[in-house]
Design a binder for this molecule. Structure first.
Ligand SMILES: Cc1ncc(COP(=O)(O)O)c(C=O)c1O
Length: 455
């Protein structure tokens, strides 16, 4: 790109744009990275420099950027028709995608309600669960439960069931109140971690849920959970036994289990859906991000037949689910999602990602040996580690150090888009990442650590 044009664009970026999750003052003197091209797992800036997209463009991208089959699917759909509303009208990509989702998601989910981003998929789940209990006459079941450290999106309902104070505390006066239960964060065990201690920690976390349900289940509609990994809360990977235990408690006390697989769905954790690690099926499932392989905005909330049935009646009974968005079931996005799922079936996407994940786990050993690194963890194509001034004693870098931000900046110089969460450095790799690229990415990251941490 012409350097004068680049300068003008970045000046207008400062003048007109407010970026998400960004302290804009950080960019008063320093430019945002201007991306002009993306191919495979690489992004290219205005000078043509390549960067590995190690966070899959906010955990969305699955098959790499610019996949030719997906581009062709977009074109095919646009040649037929673009966006149409999804109320009173229907269309083939929306119908066939719903059928496919019902078949590939955990057993028992039978109806698909579309929306257009992860937060709205969660809003839909909350409203659906709430209205269900009203309509079957159990009107006191109005409350929701969430886990400490959880993140379910940025709209007001999703924030109400959010457990990350940095993002959520400010909005407390706007939120509905919900019950917070402990996270089974096994990192607290540190070097004392054994299978027995881990099992005890899970049992304690489940006991807190059981005690709450025992006392209050008649006032609780549902519990929402990020299966297997609390992502935005610091990439906290927890044991599958917790999820299995939650499933049992929800069945025992008649509480909806809402699985938020917005981040984990579509192969990211090594299985198509993270719930599969625990062999469980939720009552309501939220998906987005990887649904369209990260190419188009689309989300879906799936539910069991008995939930749907509570809304199905004569119009005059007023049981309609009055919820919808302008772009609900966008046909182009649905066509993209269908093509992405065909890629999964026809091109062995999960199997290829398993090979890359195996390479990733052997590369991670080098990080575990560093004196500033603790709790190196991995599930499928997601890996994370926490940085400390001294990992052995868990002495943190001071908050003013902004070590994560320094890693991000140094990563750019090495051709890596790393996007740390505080002092947690993580990879959230596209499933198309090859084992060779995994080696390249981890070697570059080690160089970044050496530069910033001196390790
Ligand atoms: C588990 C989870 N739920 C919901 C969301 C919100 O999705 P969106 O950003 O599309 O609104 C996210 C986003 O990161 C997420 O990780």
């Amino acid at each position: 790109m012409d350097s004068q044009y680049k300068k003008e664009l970045l000046a207008k970026d400062r003048q007109y744009v407010w970026h998400p999750f960004t302290q804009m003052k950080d960019y008063a003197e320093q430019d945002h990275l201007l991306i002009t091209r993306a191919q495979g797992i690489e992004l290219f800036d205005a000078e043509g420099k390549a960067y590995y997209d190690t966070v899959s463009s906010w955990w969305c991208n699955v098959h790499g950027h610019g996949n030719p089959r997906i581009k062709a699917a977009i074109q095919r759909q646009l040649d037929q028709f673009d966006h149409i509303m999804f109320s009173g009208l229907t269309h083939q990509p929306g119908i066939e995608l719903a059928e496919k989702l019902v078949h590939i998601t955990p057993e028992g989910l039978s109806k698909v309600f579309y929306s257009d981003n992860g937060s709205t998929a969660v809003e839909v789940a909350i409203k659906m669960s709430f209205q269900y209990w009203q309509q079957i006459g159990r009107t006191s079941k109005t409350g929701f439960v969430f886990m400490e450290n959880s993140y379910h999106g940025d709209t007001i309902g999703a924030v109400s069931v959010g457990g990350v104070d940095l993002y959520h505390a400010m909005f407390k006066p706007l939120l509905f109140s919900a019950h917070r239960v402990p996270s089974p964060d096994v990192r607290v065990l540190g070097s004392a971690r054994t299978p027995e201690r881990e099992a005890a920690l899970v049992a304690d976390a489940l006991e807190a849920v059981r005690a709450l349900f025992q006392e209050r289940a008649d006032t609780i509609a549902g519990i929402i959970v990020e299966p297997m990994i609390q992502a935005a809360g610091g990439m906290v990977i927890y044991p599958a036994a917790y999820l299995a235990g939650l499933r049992e408690l929800c069945a025992q006390y008649d509480v909806h289990l809402i699985a938020d697989e917005v981040a984990t769905g579509f192969g990211r954790t090594g299985t198509m859906f993270a719930c599969e690690h625990a062999g469980i099926s939720p009552d309501i499932l939220c998906v987005s991000k990887g649904l369209t392989a990260g190419m188009m905005p689309l989300a879906a909330t799936l539910c069991r037949e008995e939930i749907y049935a509570a809304f199905y009646d004569d119009y005059a009974t007023q049981k309609t689910f009055f919820h919808g968005h302008s772009f609900t079931g966008n046909p182009v996005a649905c066509a993209v999602a269908l093509e992405s799922l065909r890629l999964f079936e026809e091109e062995g996407v999960l199997e290829q990602s398993h090979r890359a994940a195996t390479e990733l786990s052997s590369q991670l050993r080098a990080f575990a040996a560093l004196p500033q690194v603790a709790d190196v963890r991995q599930i499928g194509m997601i890996a994370a580690m926490d940085l400390y001034k001294d990992a052995a004693s868990r002495t943190p870098f001071g908050s003013g150090t902004r070590i994560g931000n320094r890693i991000y900046q140094a990563g750019l110089e090495e051709g890596l888009i790393l996007r740390p969460l505080g002092d947690t450095i993580y990879y959230w790799l596209p499933l198309s990442t090859t084992p060779e690229q995994v080696v390249e990415i981890t070697e570059r990251t080690l160089r970044v650590f050496q530069r910033v941490l001196g390790s």
